[in-house]
Design a protein around this ligand. Structure first.
Ligand code: NDP
Length: 490
């Protein structure tokens, strides 16, 4: 991977509706690069009227284009061509992703873009697999459950992994035969438009994948409320998820998939391979500088293993390579914005006032234009400490110790969140007891983080969300089911 010049990248800055780049009228906002805090573009804010136009157009397109009614394998073929095109353009897409987000170029190309292409391919394979069921009925009747696309689905994505988050929404929606209107985060808006342009180049009808730009308060809210959107899928914070669900319900009934925040535990027993556990915990915390919904940000370790594990973590968390996202040598991401960095400062300050002791880090990494945060280890915390309760979205790990298995399971449980958990033990029975005890959508044992096994659904328990992205479940969530009962005579 080569370094690139962030000032030499050309890209479309508008909306992408009906296959055309539209630089809408009205309000514009400026967009800043996290690596050096420089404003590099401005963005139109789609008004409620523009959302009307995008939804109306998508509604006509899905009817007119045959996207939903063609042989499903043709739909799959178009999506596979799209995946190939994404791979062919991986350097270009990776540069655009790295330019305005927190994703370093090397990771953007080999990680985000590669996984976006593979995700689209995975979803394409479902296009002809979920037609419905024949029901067991009495002999003179014939019962069927028929799967149908919704029509136009809406999606709202966050800033932390813009391309792959978009693929998790668009892939299942399109495979099921829907059109989509997607709003990316105003902080990272541009790579999603290029993804949509490539869909059209691959032969997906213009108007099937639309991107509307703007703020959450104006554009996101209008999309959530739009009565022409038959199903809504959102990834972001729990607070915004609640607002989206309310707005969606106020204008009619539609299903809402919510992938929300987390505060995931890393539960380590003394019988675990502690070196391996330290590797997994450190890489989860360093990935995207902790700005990941599944970041394992609460270490809960059996008392007799605490010192060994903490020393292993101190060594690993000190080896970082911060830098601008356009340098191929950068391995450690900037914080998305100064506002977010100040939020981390504030949570750390409150935690210190509550008695937390900083074992590592605890502040900014100076010398870069953008905000960078030191990997931080906090001891002396309990379940009431701000850093243990609140999702930080930064490279901060809290440490709590326990004696018995029961205490470990109790500490792992978070009062609000239940997105994921890591459990490290050499006792299979204990690992499986953890699976039963921990209330989270994903439990990883002796490993951490998602893989390219897209067949595994992802989603949260409790305030971490409703429904699943990925897996067969994500495609099913983009289909509705009609019951048919026929009298076929004696
Ligand atoms: P936000 O909740 O702030 O924003 C998410 C998206 O919602 C953005 O596109 C935002 O637009 C939009 N939005 C904001 N306000 C509204 C509104 N009133 N109505 C409709 N849309 C709105 O989250 P972040 O972008 O800060 O992302 C980080 C959060 O996402 C973390 O909490 C993280 O845990 C969660 N997340 C969860 C994942 C999961 O799989 N569970 C995966 C990745 C992230 P804008 O940016 O323009 O304001």
């Amino acid at each position: 991977m080569r370094d690139f010049d962030p000032d030499a990248i050309a890209f479309a800055t508008g909306h992408f509706i009906a296959g055309s780049n539209i630089d809408g009228p009205g309000e514009r906002i400026s967009v800043t690069r996290p690596s050096d805090a420089r404003t590099y573009a401005d963005l139109p804010v789609a008004s409620a009227e523009l959302i009307d136009r995008a939804v109306e157009d998508a509604t006509h397109t899905v009817k007119r284009s045959g996207w939903a009614t063609q042989p499903p394998r043709d739909r799959a073929r178009a999506m596979r061509r799209w995946a190939e095109l994404i791979e062919a353009k991986s350097e270009e897409l990776g540069r655009l992703e790295a330019l305005g987000s927190t994703r370093p170029i090397a990771q953007a190309v080999t990680g985000d873009v590669a996984s976006t292409a593979e995700g689209i391919r995975f979803f394409a394979e479902w296009a002809d697999k979920l037609g419905g069921d024949v029901a067991a009925t009495r002999a003179d009747h014939f019962g069927m459950i028929v799967s149908e696309p919704y029509g136009v689905v809406g999606a709202i994505t966050p800033w932390n992994f813009p391309l792959s988050m978009a693929s998790w929404k668009v892939g299942p929606a399109l495979a099921a035969g829907n059109a989509i209107v997607l709003k990316p985060s105003e902080l990272t808006p541009f790579s999603t438009v290029r993804l949509a342009e490539l869909a059209v180049e691959a032969g997906i009808p213009p108007g099937i994948f639309n991107v509307v730009q703007g703020t959450g308060a104006v554009t996101g809210d209008a999309l959530s409320r739009h009565p022409g959107i038959a199903k809504l899928s959102f990834t972001g914070s729990t607070r915004t998820g609640i607002a989206v669900m309310k707005a969606a319900a106020e204008t009619g009934i539609k299903p809402v998939t919510l992938e929300l925040g987390g505060k995931s535990p890393q539960l380590v027993f003394a019988d675990a391979d502690l070196d391996k556990a330290a590797d997994c915990i450190a890489s989860s915390l360093l990935a995207n500088a902790g700005q990941a919904c599944v970041a394992g940000s609460r270490l809960i370790v059996q008392r007799q293993a605490t010192d060994t594990l903490v020393s292993a973590l101190l060594a690993r968390l000190s080896r970082i390579a911060p830098g601008p996202t356009w340098k191929s040598s950068t391995g450690f991401a900037p914080i998305i914005s100064e506002i977010q960095a100040r939020r981390i400062d504030a949570i750390l300050a409150r935690s210190r006032a509550q008695g937390a002791e900083v074992l590592l880090g605890g502040g900014r990494i100076e010398g870069h234009g953008g905000a960078f945060y030191q990997p931080t280890l906090l001891a002396g915390v309990d379940t009431d400490t701000a850093a243990v309760r609140e999702e930080i979205f930064g490279p901060v790990l809290t440490i709590q110790s326990f004696d018995t298995e029961e205490e470990g399971f109790a500490l792992a449980d978070h009062p609000e969140y239940g997105l994921a958990a890591g459990v490290y033990t050499s006792d299979l029975g204990r690992g499986l007891r953890a699976v039963r005890q921990i209330k989270a959508g994903t439990v990883w044992i002796n490993r951490y983080n998602r893989t390219l096994d897209f067949i595994l659904p992802t989603g949260g328990y409790k305030s971490s969300g409703i429904g699943k992205d990925l897996g067969r479940q994500a495609v099913e969530a983009n289909l509705r089911h009609k019951t048919v009962l026929i009298d076929i005579g004696a």
